[in-house]
Design a protein around this ligand. Sequence first.
Ligand code: SF4
Length: 276
Amino acid sequence: MKRPKHAMEVFQLLEKSNCRECGEKTCLAFAGAVYQGRRTLGDCPHLDRQMVAAFAAVADDGAGSVADDFLEKMRQQAARLDFHEVAERIGGRSDGDRLTVKILGKDFSVDRKGKFFSELHMLPWVIAPFLTYVLTCRGRRLRGEWVSLRELRGGAERYPLFNRRVEMAMQQIADRYTDLFADLVDLFQGRQIESHFDSDISVVLPVFPLAPLMICYWRAEEGMDSDLLLFFDRSADDNIGIDSAYTLAAGLTQMFEKLAQRHGVSFDQVSAGSSR
Ligand code: SF4
C-alpha cells in the first residue's frame, strides 16, 4: 500500500472521538502516525475491515495488488465459485470463466485467477463490497421500500458517523457542484425519479443490480440549510449488509469529490477501461 498523500486523508476516515484505544492521545496523532508509516489504519478498532481495505485500494490507486489478507481470502474464495450459479443469484452474468456484475451501470468482473477487470478506473474502493456482494448476496428481490442506513441491521450505532462522514460530506459537494445530479444520471446510469420524502431531487443509482442507492437532496431555502440523505432498499440487509452499504456510500462520496474537483476539465477521464 502506498503512503497516504497527507495525514488529513487518514484523519477524515476516523470517528474523531479521541478515545485513545489505539494507544495514541488523539485521532489526529494517530492519523499522523499512519501517514509516517509508524501505524496502520487497521490499528484503530473503530474502523471496519472493509473501510481499511477500501482505503488501501484507493491509496494504491488501482495499480498495486490487493495486499490485504482479508481481501485476498475473499478474492480466492470468489475465484472458486460456480460463476453461473452466482450470476443467476446476484443479477450478474458469466461465460464460466469470468463473472461480471454491473456496478453503477459499468461492467466489473473477476476471473478464475481472481483478476479484476473494470470499465471504471476510479472504483478501486469497490473491490471489497464487490467481493462481499459476490460471496454473500442472498439474491433477495428489491422491496421498493427505501430506508436510512440506521434502519438496516446494525445501522443505528453506525449512523451518527455515517451522517457526518458521508451524508454531510455529499451534501456539501452537491451544494457547490450544481450539476452533480445531472452528471450522475449521465455517467452512472442514475435515474431521476419522482420526488421522495418531499425532496427537491431524488436520484437512484444502480450501485449493484440488487443494491440500489437513492440520494435525496433538499435545496437551501430562506432560513433553512440544504440537506442530503441516502436511502437503501430494505433488501440491503440480505443483499449487501451494513459494512458494504457503509463502504459503498463512503466510496461514492470520495468519487463525487474527485468528480467535483475535475468538473470543468473533462469527465471523459472518468470512463476509461482498466484491469488489475
Ligand atoms: S482508536 Fe481510533 S477513534 Fe480512538 S483515538 Fe485512536 S484513531 Fe481515534
